[in-house]
Write a protein that binds this ligand. Structure first.
Ligand code: FO1
Length: 352
């Protein structure tokens, strides 16, 4: 029997794509209906493509929790075909480096039509989730358009008047998919960020949360982009709820994706401790005199990084090591339980 939401504890999760979605599936497996899970989804990866609005991270969460994800790719739909993509390629239509599957295109057609009719992205996302029933409340970080672009040396080798490489901003998806993040990123620029407002319900969810979780999503372009939306980071710093994160870096490398390329672009070492430092200890928890303004109360690292526990703890962040490979929902549920335990968040009846 599901308790009315008013009584169920509220878990708020800031999520990007594949890593965040996989974590959410294990978290849902852990709490079942004993807690309400609200996901604040990254939309900085979004792209207009062939006239369609594509929201990769929202769709990855929706498909993964709704049972429609391609497990093999981690994005897009299972049992997918790419006939439309092949036809577009036959017409010589660019870009050909981003594969929209035929089933996936239905989602983008509906989203584009509803956005065109004036509905907000958060309303459109709720409508799409009606079909998929992800078992969580999925809210985009903002209804405003925010797009991550990456400043790189011109891939075609153009140089400026002094013969230095010409710098160019390319869409995150071109950097991520076409160039596999192999072009050194000088910086990330979120177009539209300054004027973006948190989507309806985001600040309220943060303020009313019983616990806030940073899953092993990309700390720069996924969670970092959500935190960069004006007022979201401050809302988390000031929230009554404890904040716990799970390291996306194990043994000096990301488990999947290319978070290392993103971290090096902002001068953060690719280590579990450095990412914790990057998020920062929360004001109330830091030793007197140390720099504060962070958002982390606790940080879960992998067993291979157990030697960093003391360093993170010394920064005022509760830290422990545990197995962090999300090999299946049970393993991920165990990770979620360990993370929630670091901030004494216990849901009655949850068996370890
Ligand atoms: N990733 C790729 O590596 N190649 C693709 O062709 C590709 C297409 C694609 C289509 C829809 C979608 O929702 C995601 C897609 N992705 C693709 C993954 C996407 O780049 C990532 O999910 C995120 O943007 C990073 O988390």
């Amino acid at each position: 029997m599901t308790n009315p939401d008013a009584q169920r504890p509220s878990i708020v999760v800031l999520a990007g794509g594949i890593g965040g979605a996989r974590f959410l599936r294990g978290l849902r497996h852990l709490v079942r209906d004993r807690a309400q899970i609200t996901v604040i989804g990254n939309t900085g990866d979004d792209i207009w493509l062939h006239g369609l609005r594509v929201c990769p991270d929202l769709d990855t969460v929706m498909y993964t929790l709704g049972g429609g994800i391609s497990e093999e790719r981690g994005w897009g739909r299972e049992d997918e075909t790419f006939a439309v993509k092949d036809e577009l390629t036959a017409y010589g239509v660019e870009p050909t480096w981003f594969g929209l599957g035929d089933r996936d295109i239905a989602t983008h057609l509906i989203r584009t039509q509803l956005l065109g009719a004036g509905y907000a992205l958060s309303d459109v996302t709720a409508a799409l989730c009606d079909r998929w029933q992800p078992g969580v409340r999925l809210i985009p970080m903002s209804d405003d358009r925010v797009e991550t672009h990456v400043v790189v040396d011109d891939p075609d080798g153009a140089v400026d008047a002094h013969g230095a490489p010409q710098r160019r901003a390319i869409h995150f998806q071109e950097w991520w998919v076409r160039y596999r993040a192999q072009l050194p990123a000088h910086s990330f620029v979120q177009i539209g960020l300054d004027d973006a407002k948190p989507a309806p319900g985001v600040l309220e969810a943060i303020d009313e949360a019983d616990v806030i979780v940073l899953p092993p999503s990309n700390p720069v372009v996924s969670i970092g982009t959500i935190l960069a939306i004006p007022r979201i980071r401050d809302a988390i710093v000031d929230a009554p709820a404890p904040v716990v994160g799970i390291s996306p870096i194990i043994g000096g490398a990301p488990v999947r994706g290319m978070a290392d390329a993103c971290l090096s672009a902002i001068g953060v070492p690719t280590t579990a401790a450095a990412v914790a430092e990057h998020y920062g200890p929360r004001r109330a928890r830091i030793p007197a005199g140390a720099p504060g303004g962070g958002i982390l109360d606790a940080w879960l690292v992998a067993e291979t990084d157990a030697d960093s526990v003391a360093e993170v703890t010394a920064r005022g962040i509760t830290c422990a090591a545990a197995p962090l490979l999300m090999t299946d929902d049970d393993a991920t549920a165990t990770i979620a339980l360990a993370a929630l335990g670091l901030v004494d968040f216990d849901i009655a009846g949850i068996a370890p």
